[in-house]
Design a protein around this ligand. Structure first.
Ligand code: GAR
Length: 212
């Protein structure tokens, strides 16, 4: 199975996927990494692991659709079975979403449906939540809205700042994303137009993982 990982920045989730693959916990071939930012550190991580990379810089395009058309070409050159968005910070149009329907996953740093969009860690602290985390979902045409099938939950501690909480969320992200990809590899996970199934059962509530 080929996966293409799509990034915009640091790429710590990409690193977790690379590490899982190198440790023999994932069978997928990471056939390429595509970034919209030329200086994304994740590109260096990929190159260090011998994974081909492409850059399609969104600032070179006058409109979102022509950028996405080029982005799709860059991704498809690596013949993905699954497209893994790992910190890809662009709002997607239906053109992009439909092209990869049912085979594109995203990780979002909140317990969806809570806190779509940005500043999720501060929002969870400000709301007085006792728990926060990250969600893996199929990408649909709504922002951060595909139903989550897997969530990593972490506690919010009394003195947490957005930064300290983000670090804890990253720890759980690095566990749940390789796990979700394993489910894809094993053919356990499927998208059925409006919902997803795991082992042929409709996912009514996301599967939960914690740090312990
Ligand atoms: C991750 O926390 C991911 O959940 C978030 O960006 C970060 C990327 O970190 N994604 C989103 O906010 C998407 N809406 P990384 O580059 O170190 O993997």
């Amino acid at each position: 199975m080929n996966i293409v990982v799509v990034i915009s920045g640091n790429g710590s989730n990409l690193q977790a996927i690379i590490d899982a693959q190198q440790a023999g916990q994932l069978k997928s071939n990471i056939s390429g990494v595509v970034s919209n930012r030329p200086n994304a550190f994740g590109l260096e991580r990929a190159q260090k692991a011998g994974i081909p990379t492409s850059i399609v810089d969104h600032t070179d395009f006058s409109d979102r659709e022509s950028f996405e058309q080029s982005y799709i070409e860059a991704i498809d050159a690596y013949q993905p079975d699954w497209v893994i968005l790992a910190g890809f910070m662009r709002i997607l149009t239906p053109l992009f979403v439909r092209h990869y329907k049912g085979r594109m996953l995203n990780i979002h740093p909140s317990l969806l449906p809570k806190y779509p969009g940005l500043h999720t860690h501060q929002s969870a602290i400000d709301a007085g939540d006792s728990e926060h985390g990250a969600s893996i979902h199929f990408v649909t045409e709504e922002l951060d809205d595909g139903p989550a099938f897997l969530q990593g939950v972490v506690p919010i501690l009394e003195n947490d700042t957005a930064e300290s909480l983000a670090q804890r969320v990253h720890q759980i992200e690095h566990i749940i994303y390789p796990e979700a990809i394993r489910w894809c590899e094993e053919g356990r996970l499927q998208w059925q137009e409006t919902h997803c199934t795991l082992d042929n059962q409709i996912v009514e509530h996301p599967h939960i993982m914690t740090l312990d």
